[in-house]
Ligand binder design. Structure first.
Ligand SMILES: Cc1cc2nc3c(=O)[nH]c(=O)nc-3n(C[C@H](O)[C@H](O)[C@H](O)COP(=O)(O)OP(=O)(O)OC[C@H]3O[C@@H](n4cnc5c(N)ncnc54)[C@H](O)[C@@H]3O)c2cc1C
Length: 542
């Protein structure tokens, strides 16, 4: 193949958006998008909208394993990531959760560039959206973008537990807000999703790749960097097969938060000691490559319904409205802060004395997410049949201070990198999750409104139900047993550390990163909306 102007490595969410928009912007430029996974536009699991849990461990999933997680009793955790043209959009749960403006403002401040603050990225959230809810504020939402988004109610789902769940959240003092995707999510609001008529939208459907040369089933090994007039310039990529493809203008790495740092390190861009260990010639000493891995840990629980005969959850023959198939079976996402005094004390255990102006304390941040799901069936412990007898909940720590890493296992690009998220490693993270679990118990078992539909918690074997009196150690034991990721790895080529605010890799001309790797700090979001928006902004910058 003759050389092209731009090569994009990885056809996931970031890669598809940036390729599609660059083609629109520079129609005469030649673009090559290289994706390790297959084109899945006609794959039966995509066409039939197979639910996310059944896509995990499938051929469309990289199916990663972490190192034993010290703070989760040395458990090895599972880490899914889409291996397909479309990346995460091929297997994710389609939640559309933008996050809190405070987090984006902290990002913009940290990198000293207002384009990454909330007001800076907002035009790109709007640009990506084709939003469908009756109450959408046009200052916050877009209505002509490629991604169709809608809420539970606007998709026509009217779940039987909705009013009771609403009353329970209100009973513990949470306020219903009309729209969690307006930059101020604290309270509880309808879940938003990016399904269209109940069907998953692939990034490639929303952002067409017509006019772009696309190679699928093709693994990139590394970027080749040459010296040119005293500067280091990215000139080509080498595939795992050894084939070399040349780029005249730029190479953009969008291989996701696990494999973008792998490609950088295999290219000689990373920590010099690590590279030496694998016999890789140093190009730029960038020790932060692969560091700063952050992710969202979630804690699932199951609850026995007081009146299973009423058809409140999936598995009951009465839970049968065809509209329920149009999205995940839940109504609301609740976002909360935590008591500042408790969090301050926890931070002091981690960091020594801190003041009230610590960035995780002020203004009151969105630390916790929780939701009630109208399906309680479970294959693992506690085993629960798909019979409509249970519902489930999940508590999520949104702003973890734990940081992990992605390092090379070998110099072979086909080997998975070593993933060590260091889940639950800080007292601050433990405080937030313990608080969230107790708040949820209080709501479901200690308010009249919660008890109206929940009878009791069904625990894994060897565990008592969590109550207000449950000690920290016991809660941590439970978290170790059941805690798992929401599949939001990010930060491994962090802006300000590995790339600049124009997404250019420090020390190499013609090389950028456009994917979740650049998100420098945790955001109280589910990351697809953020990655769609950041890739839209990237295409404007390039
Ligand atoms: C199971 C699951 C459920 C999720 N649910 C939600 C949700 O409900 N809501 C939400 O907002 N987010 C969700 N996410 C997260 C979201 O999908 C990701 O944050 C998002 O996809 C990240 O985009 P990205 O561009 O950084 O990476 P990806 O979309 O993962 O794209 C990276 C691409 O690069 C390719 N690639 C990697 N290495 C190479 C290489 N060396 N050569 C060539 N190609 C390569 C990969 O195959 C992949 O296609 C979920 C993720 C998973 C896995």
């Amino acid at each position: 193949m003759a050389s092209v102007d731009y090569i994009i490595v990885g056809g996931g969410i970031g890669g598809c958006v940036v390729a599609s928009r660059l083609h629109q912007k520079y129609p005469s430029a030649s673009l090559l998008l290289i994706e390790a996974g297959p084109d899945v536009s006609k794959h039966p699991m995509i066409v039939n909208s197979t639910p996310t849990p059944m896509l995990q461990h499938s051929e469309l999933d990289w199916d990663y394993k972490t190192t034993p997680q010290k703070h989760l009793g040395n458990k090895i955790c599972f880490g899914a990531a889409g291996k397909a043209l479309g990346g995460g959009s091929a297997i994710n749960a389609c939640g559309w959760v933008r996050g809190d403006r405070i987090d984006y403002d902290a990002w913009g401040k940290q990198v000293g560039d207002a384009r990454w603050s909330y007001s800076g990225i907002l035009p790109y959230f709007r640009k990506t959206e084709n939003h469908h809810t009756p109450y959408a504020n046009p200052k916050e939402h877009g209505f002509e973008g490629p991604i169709y988004t809608s809420s539970v109610t606007s998709s026509g789902r009217n779940y039987p537990l909705r009013d009771m769940v609403k009353a329970a959240w209100e009973a513990i003092g949470l306020e219903q807000i009309p729209d969690a995707n307006s930059g101020s999510p604290q309270g509880f609001a309808d879940l938003n999703e990016n399904r269209r008529n109940g069907k998953r939208q692939l990034a490639t459907d929303a952002y067409p790749l017509d006019g772009i040369k696309v190679m699928t089933g093709t693994l990139v090994k590394r970027v080749i960097v040459k010296q040119n007039s005293g500067r280091r310039v990215a000139t080509a990529v080498e595939l795992a097969s050894g084939v070399v493809l040349t780029a005249r203008k730029e190479i953009i790495i969008s291989a996701g938060a696990y494999r973008t740092p792998q490609v950088l390190m295999l290219s000689g861009i990373g920590d010099s000691a690590d590279l030496k260990k694998h016999g890789i010639e140093q190009v730029v000493d960038l020790p932060e490559v692969g560091k700063n891995l952050h992710d969202h840990l979630g804690i699932p629980q199951r609850w026995k319904l007081r009146h299973p005969e009423k058809g409140y959850s999936l598995g009951s023959p009465l839970f049968n409205d065809p509209a329920f198939a149009f999205g995940s079976p839940l109504d609301f996402v609740a976002t909360q802060t935590v008591p500042i005094s408790g969090l301050k004390a926890a931070l002091e255990k981690d960091e020594g004395a801190v003041t009230e102006s610590h960035p995780l304390l002020q203004p009151p941040r969105s630390h916790l997410e929780a939701y009630i799901i109208y399906v309680g069936a479970n294959k693992e412990d506690p085993a629960i049949a798909m019979d409509g007898s249970h519902i489930a909940t999940r508590v999520v720590g949104l702003l973890p201070s734990s940081r992990g890493s992605v390092t090379l296992a070998s110099s072979d690009p086909a080997d998975d990198p070593i993933i060590d998220p260091k889940y639950y490693a800080t007292e601050a993270d433990r405080y937030v999750i313990r608080t969230g679990l107790k708040v949820l118990t209080k709501m479901l078992l200690e308010t009249e409104e919660g008890r109206a539909f929940v009878e009791s918690e069904t625990t894994p074997a060897g565990f008592d139900p969590i109550t207000e009196k449950t000690g920290d150690e016991e809660i941590d034991r439970r978290v170790s047993k059941v805690g798992d990721t929401l599949y939001h790895p990010a930060g491994t080529a962090a802006m300000g550390k590995v790339v600049d605010a124009d997404l250019k890799v420090y020390g190499v001309d013609g090389l950028r990163v456009v994917d979740a790797s650049v998100i420098p700090i945790p955001i109280a979001a589910h990351y697809q909306a953020c990655v769609y928006a950041l890739a839209e902004q990237a295409a404007d910058i390039i």
